[in-house]
Design a protein around this ligand. Structure first.
Ligand SMILES: Nc1ncnc2c1ncn2[C@@H]1O[C@H](COP(=O)(O)OP(=O)(O)O)[C@@H](O)[C@H]1O
Ligand SMILES: [Mg+2]
Length: 231
């Protein structure tokens, strides 16, 4: 972990565009040379960020994903800026747009939702619990393959992800209206059908997963779509 002074950081982002930010200030910058600077601040005094900085988790998660054969970013620099009480990572931008960005520009190919379902199933089969799973965090690269950004909270398990976590992960995306619309265009039953087919789960476990998804109080309408599925 390198150290970085306030003035060094200010110099780094001098000509950058701010891609994302919040009340605490800019969070994601794009540098002129197609690099991204992602900033992590500890919101609280007692934050797990102070034990294992999110920037370090981000770098480790990127490496693990790539080792497992999932595309992600390649972190080039990781630094701590004590004066600004934050850490940051620098990585080259992946050539491509997120699924949400493609949707906004009417560039989304039909069938992408089904590909996402098979993709998240393969993450789960490989023990990867990608907590930030939503369509703004999946980049479609030039060759059509997916790559993951926003990865610092990803968990890795030795065995396939549990049914509970799979259900939570699948439901997460349904919290976002834009993502729901994208899935709806291809059909929600189709989406879950593709997931189950690629899930590596036996019939009993598939039924258990569907049972959990159906009881979701947040999305009662899922029950109808899932009733059309026969694992
Ligand atoms: N490696 C990358 N390649 C392309 N775009 C990126 C990359 N990293 C970030 N972005 C863009 O920046 C946005 C925010 O980055 P992200 O890491 O998801 O931050 P946040 O924590 O704010 O969601 C993304 O939605 C995407 O548009
Ligand atoms: Mg994001």
């Amino acid at each position: 972990m390198q150290t970085c002074s306030r003035s060094e950081f200010e110099q780094l982002v001098e000509n950058a565009a701010v891609l994302e930010g919040g009340l605490e200030g800019p969070r994601v910058y794009k540098l002129p040379g197609q690099k991204i600077v992602k900033v992590f601040r500890s919101k609280r005094l007692l934050s797990s960020n102070r034990l294992v900085p999110y920037a370090l988790r981000f770098k480790r998660c990127a490496q693990r994903l790539i080792e497992l054969g999932f595309n992600s970013v390649r972190v080039e620099k990781m630094a701590h800026c004590r004066e600004l009480d934050m850490h940051f990572v620098v990585y080259p931008m992946l050539p491509g747009l997120s699924i949400r960005e493609l949707d906004e520009r009417a560039l989304l190919q039909p069938g992408v939702a089904a590909q996402v379902a098979a993709y998240v199933a393969s993450l789960h089969r490989n023990g990867v619990y990608y907590k930030a799973f939503h369509l703004g965090n999946i980049i479609v690269q030039e060759d059509g393959s997916f790559a993951l950004i926003d990865i610092h909270s990803t968990r890795f398990y030795k065995s396939p992800v549990s049914i509970d976590r799979r259900a939570r992960n699948l439901l997460n995306m349904f919290r976002y209206q834009q993502d729901r619309n994208i899935i709806d265009n291809d059909g929600v039953s189709h989406y879950f059908g593709e997931y189950l087919q690629a899930s590596g789960l036996n019939a009993e476990h598939q039924a258990a997963l569907i049972g959990k998804l159906k009881t979701s109080r947040a999305f009662p309408e899922l029950k109808v779509a899932l009733d059309n599925l026969n694992p």
